[in-house]
Design a protein around this ligand. Structure first.
Ligand code: 13P
Length: 227
């Protein structure tokens, strides 16, 4: 099978997302940009617990199916994925899921834009809430586009979360970081509210990003280190 290793990695991420309770029924979708410029995507309508390598769909940049098992179509959210690749040459993988605490913020109409936890400030910066869009339509890609240039992690209003990365593990780790941060923020809220980090301390943390190679990516502070 073509791209066997990437297919295995996508399945591994899908199984992890289901085990972590980030997706129910057919929720969530994953895609990866292939070296030949095409894309591997999860099929629509299948539990991420049941995904196996041969069920993944190869598509081109327009979303047209290049290769799939009979009856398997790409995720209904493929337009959202393709917009991420189109807008960002650096994006190699896209993950969409409904991790419950982060999605709770999206459903409550709250962004996660406080600078209150060191690791999150360094790794992903502020997390915006992108406007409401009907799933599968152009409304979703249109809603995320203004945020894509400075963010790798987004909350989708009344829907869930979206992460991008240079590769699949990076995009997946960002979803983990988001959900843990959402849990920590909620706990801090229950304890009386998060204490924000002072502005000059935030600048010092952003300087540290230069040494954190594994977190390199878009971020409200990324321009500081891009030429
Ligand atoms: P698909 O099964 O079409 O990927 O849709 C799942 C989903 O989460 C829609 O937002």
């Amino acid at each position: 099978m073509e791209y066997a290793e990437i297919r295995e990695q996508i399945c591994d991420v899908c199984h992890k997302m289901w085990q972590l309770g980030w997706v129910a029924a057919n929720d969530g979708n994953v895609s990866v940009k292939l070296p030949d410029g095409r894309f591997l995507a999860t099929p629509t309508g299948i539990s991420k617990s049941f995904i196996t390598p041969e069920k993944l769909v190869v598509i081109d940049g327009t979303g047209a199916v290049v290769n799939s098992l009979p009856g398997y179509k790409p995720s209904s959210e493929i337009k959202m994925h393709l917009r991420c690749y189109r807008e960002r040459e650096d994006v190699g993988a896209v993950v969409h899921a409904h991790p419950p605490t982060a999605t709770g913020y999206a459903v409550a109409g709250k962004s996660l834009d406080e600078y209150s936890m060191i690791e999150t400030v360094i790794a992903i910066g502020s997390i915006p809430l992108t406007p409401y869009g009907t799933p599968s339509t152009d409304e979703v890609p249109d809603a995320i586009t203004p945020y894509l240039q400075e963010h790798d992690v987004m909350l989708l209003q009344n829907h869930g979360a979206l992460t991008v990365g240079c590769d699949l593990i990076t995009a997946y780790y960002r979803m983990e970081t988001l959900e843990l941060y959402a849990k920590i923020s909620l706990t801090a809220h229950l304890l009386g509210g998060a204490q924000e980090i002072p502005r000059d301390r935030i600048d010092t943390l952003l300087d540290l990003r230069e040494n954190y190679y594994h977190v390199a990516g878009r971020h409200p502070g990324y321009k500081k280190f891009s030429s």
